[in-house]
Design a protein around this ligand. Sequence first.
Ligand code: SF4
Ligand code: SF4
Length: 943
Amino acid sequence: MFCTMPADCLKSSSEIRQWYEEKYYSLSIAGLWLKGGEPNTMSPALFSESEVRFLICRLSTYRDVSASISHALIAQIAQETEGVFTDFAFLPPPKDLKIMIDAKIPLWVGTTTKEPPCAFDVIGISNSFVLEMLNLPKLLLFSGIPLYKSERIDQNTIPLIVLGGANAAVTQTLHGTVNEQGGKNHYGLVDAVFIGEGEYAVKQFLEIVKQGKALGWTKARILKECHGKVDGFYEPDKYEHRYKTIVQNNLSAQELSEIAPKAPYVSCPVKSAIVYDLDQTRTLESGPIWYDPENLGSGSIQISNGCPCFCSFCAESWERKPYRERSLAKLSESMKKAKALQGLDTINLMSFNFNTHTELYPMILSFYREITNVNLKSQRFDLLSTDKFLAEVQRIIGKTTVSCGMEGISERLRRYLHKNLTEDQIYTACEYLFENGMRELKIFLIYTGLENKEDLEEFSRFVESLADLKNLSHCKTRVIFSLTRLYYPPHTPLQFDICKTALEENKKIFIAIENICKVNAMEFRESASHEDTWLMQLLAMGDRRLTPALIRSSIADDFIYYNTVPKQVKKNWKIYLEESGLSENDFFQKKSEERILPWDEIDTGITKHFLWKEYERSINFTEQDYCLGREGIEVNCTGCGACPTATHKKSLTQHTTFPPFLREDIKHVADGKKNQITLRVIAEIDPVLRLIPKRFIGVAIARSLMMALPHITPYYYALSGYIGEFIDGKPAVDFAYGINIYHLSFLSNAITEEALQRETLAGKIAGIQKYCSGFSIHELIPEPTDKSDVKFILYKMQFPPDISESLIEQTLGKYLHDTYVKHTLLKRGGGIIFKVNEKSKKKASVIYARIDASTAGHENGFQLIMLVTQRFDFRSFLAACYGFERRREIIRTKIEALGYYRRKIDLIENKKCVVCNSFIHEDTFAGKSAKENQCLVCSIDAD
Ligand code: SF4
Ligand code: SF4
């Protein structure tokens, strides 16, 4: 048996903050994932006065979910409820987990407030996919939260634990009973689940929590009040799962026989929440700008929800029906807001298939006018094959990487997967993409476990012909086939099928498909291992009897899912099953229509009978057309039951799309983008943001400009440069604070020419400053004519107290010696000057250096002043200062950039320095200027 006592974690945010400030450098990505305070997050000052404190928790790491919109959208929705405060918490990265546990830091600490989870009223878990559930027990326990609802429910000091997200309808393995030593029964890793879409449900729930808190209700009362008032509200412990013994092949086994509600006020089944009219809710506009260099400047808006197709394997399709669209008018408003609030130059149009949207063409044209990059995600091959112009449009707007799902390797298998996709359609679509010179085409394939010789032959012929087509088109498109194992999700037709791909690891088929691709000069990738598929399938098909195993995996065997399931973990799970008297066959075998399934108390809108009929069609390799109207194709409603009204049905079956714009229209917009105005921004970064990627500040500057001057928002183009790039982009330079120089580009037109005039801008700096946090704007210079070829940078460095002055003196001396910088050491006022010889200066990496001895004015003891060139290698110098053992501490060095200098081009004046009598060769570019009539070195020396 293992201990399920909650960890004794720190309970005070000031202690947690102090720990963070002392130890950030030992954490992954310099502790940025736990820093908090990103633009568009709430100020921690509001925490204490708020009525409901809501901690939005992820089961994955900050980095893994920074591109996801779900947690940011929950925060946006929650903030629409007055008096609600939101903060975020994430799964710590692998290395940080032990550090935090050893230091008694709750794993799910609020990143901005540094408040422990128990200081909040509600923990809202956003669960995106099945395998993430494996992380829940450990995250709860090592956040100081009792594992079971049965222990928590009467403790008002423990927050309510609710779960929602894309995987919410497949969480049955979290809701089982656990028999602990002493015969006590426990249940409920979470208190309640939100099934379906949260746009209304989250608000309805938070209003009830607010009311309950004000009236002093117990947690049980608050949850009870939610039934019937919160869309998709599901309290799992209010449903009993009963089992019966069955005998098969002389072996007896337990099988789920009944699901019975335990209270009269709960609905059975629970209807999944659906927002039928997307225009009544907002897509993500005010998402935080995460400290993640990869996604800076890029944001997403959801243009539609649900999918009109019926792919038998697609959970999203079956759980999110019917297909709905947000109107262009609403999307335009949101896009403008999102652009300004998040400093965007790229907008991702999120949908299951963008090429089904009625207003796709007008949307592309109008968005492309107002934002630099319009990124279209996910498109269907069949729709692309009937629209040659769409491939051309994608090329014109710069989208040269395309992903499409082919799924089955043959038409027979595509019918099993209900893909409604013929080989001809794939060819035609690929032809259009090749003709338009796409850089990369990624084709997704699914291994179904049903592949036979004929399927492989058909695939071989197809790939060969595709290669010929590519050659004929003379394009250089990189074609990548990505093969994954079929996952049979609950709530889909394939829920009834035998989970062949989990039961068998058929490497031969993988090798055969890989060979076919490679022989034809196509790339091949395998995504997700057999172990990943097996465990994902087990957790999805499993029932409440798996809860003890899930807890054992997380707590006793210490397994945290970080994107991969090791072989040993699969072996462990087989042992758990065996010791529980279960086997994979209990879950992976075929199921009849009558079989009670562990998720039957949830109604996602499609009847079980309809799913069964679809399943029968699949296994007979037949399919019927999907119900979205398309030009020249008559379609019918097949009666899946998802549409709420006859009008909605009609809107799908008689769906039409707006005609495309003229080629010239989009070309005209593309050409107009070539004329740009550059705005140079001299900014000063506060020490608090010193470890943040420099690009982040540039995006935050763009945000503050667009917030303060909304009329220039449509014309902001991109961040085109910053000092990290002027030097060498090396990370060592990247953690300097102080002065930095950013270049932002805007489309050139009458509005920007007027708005971006130097005098106009000078009067706006104070207004822009209101939107800056952690940095200030010193100067805005439109259309700088001077070159930005920075040659020298002046830095001030301060080291942690345990790095001695003599060590720095010695290390710098050695560095200069090793890099052939001839110099003389001079003592002055307790400090040391490294005076670089005149002749050596031309090629030197350090032009001047000085160690100023400790004085009252230096916060951290002594300081090192250095004037360096691009050749100065920060990383190796700092590595030598700290030594190998302490190399992670390099980032504790506080490096302040004081000024940037160029080599003077115009020496006509031939001015000489009044101190050293040599010619003045340097010009101040930004920051601290040289003294009048003095050269730069003498100016610095005189400080
Ligand atoms: S086209 Fe098929 S796979 Fe794609 S979202 Fe729709 S149902 Fe799912
Ligand atoms: S109810 Fe009919 S029109 Fe609506 S999604 Fe289902 S099949 Fe299509």
